[in-house]
Design a protein. Structure first.
Length: 434
């Protein structure tokens, strides 16, 4: 061990003890209206961001521009004979706050069609990367490689009024959004389908074209639309949204900002949750010899899991106090399209068993399932079984919300984000630690 690393290993235990004491014994001490525990608790619950794009209601779930998920799925225009709305309608709604008309939808579809061509150098770069590169690394790299295309940078360097920052930001955002389905599908086919690429079909809408390029038959087009809409935004405080906003606040362009947000989405505590849930479910099914257990058998297993100090993945949420409507929307889709799927039956049984047990245990504020408790199962059913790729699809959907926020950040003149830091010594003095 080097001397530097040895020195750190000697210092760390003492700092851990000091911070633990601050949080446990002095967590309620207020420093400029902020509790000390929030300094070390990820600023959870600290109201310091503003967005009109979406709001996470504890009782109704995510509201997109004031509309619940049920509202969006019912009111947004749909393709002929489709059950799930156009993704382009969600783009229009999040950017404007208005439900689009059919003409509005087709205007967005046509606009995306003219912006969707991916530069050839992006594909050259992806093919040059080792095939065992994580798909999120490839996705983030593909995005930032296109930074040279930024219209904002060109106009800023020419001398752009602050009042007009939103205009080139909009152009960059729409150019990027239009390309993301093809980039994501290309990564999937390159890594997992032996480079058998399927060309884009410009006649198809956002969700249908993604399904086409993935090479998955319908109703995967419907699932793609649903998946992108449900994952499109989740307030401003989650990691991917906050990082995109934070980097953008430095007037970094859309490509830098969104790529940074995707690097945050790749973290195990954010975008990887859906694959962790699926892996856990499959592990439980293996222990049950792939036979659907009785309720009593599953109850015993859940209690054993909790009593061993583990959690039930996909259950609980920091804000929600009811079943996540995103879970319910996916459950409705599964009941219609894959009611006999064995994994879906298992997920349904968990839904009947787990919440009651978590209530009885008394530790979970919200014992209900969240979006991640269901999404991986649907992808698996349709043959998309590369766990690592799920977060890339999450990123395509999340782009809709975070890029809408970036446009509005520039429109209303959001400032450079620069909170103030204090040292541990300062906090101990304020708290009166002896």
């Amino acid at each position: 061990m080097s001397k530097l690393k040895q020195k750190l290993s000697e210092q760390i235990p003492g700092y851990r003890e000091r911070i633990s004491r601050l949080v446990k014994e002095y967590g309620d001490v207020v420093v400029d209206k902020v509790h000390i525990r929030q300094f070390f608790g990820g600023m959870r619950g600290l109201k310091s961001l503003a967005t009109d794009i979406s709001y996470l209601d504890p009782d109704e779930g995510i509201r997109f521009r004031g509309h619940t998920i049920d509202d969006c799925l019912a009111k947004l225009p749909k393709a002929p004979n489709a059950e799930i709305p156009y993704v382009e309608g969600q783009v229009y709604l999040l950017m404007t706050g208005e439900i689009p008309s059919e003409d509005d939808i087709h205007d967005v579809i046509d606009d995306f069609r003219g912006r969707s061509k991916v530069p050839g150098y992006v594909y050259d770069m992806l093919r040059a990367m080792p095939l065992d590169t994580h798909p999120m690394s490839m996705f983030s790299a593909a995005v930032v490689s296109m930074q040279r295309e930024s219209i904002f940078v060109k106009r800023y360097n020419e001398g752009l009024s602050k009042m007009d920052y939103w205009d080139p930001t909009y152009e960059d955002a729409m150019n990027l959004l239009a390309k993301l389905p093809e980039i994501a599908a290309y990564i999937y086919r390159l890594k997992y389908k032996r480079n058998k690429i399927i060309a884009s079909n410009p006649k198809l809408d956002f969700g249908a074209n993604f399904a086409h390029m993935m090479g998955v038959k319908n109703p995967y087009d419907e699932l793609s639309r649903l998946y992108f809409i449900l994952h499109s935004d989740h307030e401003s405080g989650n990691v991917s949204a906050h990082i995109t906003h934070l980097v953008g606040s430095a007037l970094s362009d859309v490509y830098y900002s969104f790529s940074a947000g995707m690097n945050g989405l790749a973290g195990p505590l954010h975008g990887l949750a859906n694959q962790e849930v699926l892996r856990w479910i499959q592990g439980v099914m293996e222990k049950m010899n792939y036979k659907l257990p009785t309720k009593d058998e599953l109850k015993n297993f859940v209690w054993e899991t909790l009593n061993s100090g583990q959690v039930i993945p996909g259950y609980g949420h920091a804000v929600l106090r009811k079943t996540d409507p995103r879970y319910t929307a996916q459950r409705d889709f599964a009941q219609k399209h894959l009611p006999d799927d064995e994994m879906f039956k298992f997920v349904s049984l968990l839904y009947e068993v787990v919440p009651q047990i978590l209530v009885e245990q008394g530790k979970a504020k919200n014992p209900w399932p969240n979006v991640d408790a269901h999404s991986g199962v649907l992808q698996w059913h349709y043959g998309v079984r590369a766990y690592d790729f799920y977060t890339v699809m999450f990123g395509v959907g999340r782009a809709i919300g975070v890029l809408s926020n970036l446009i509005w950040d520039r429109a209303v003149g959001q400032a450079l984000e620069r909170p103030k830091s204090l040292t541990t010594d300062m906090l101990e003095k304020i708290a009166g630690v002896k």
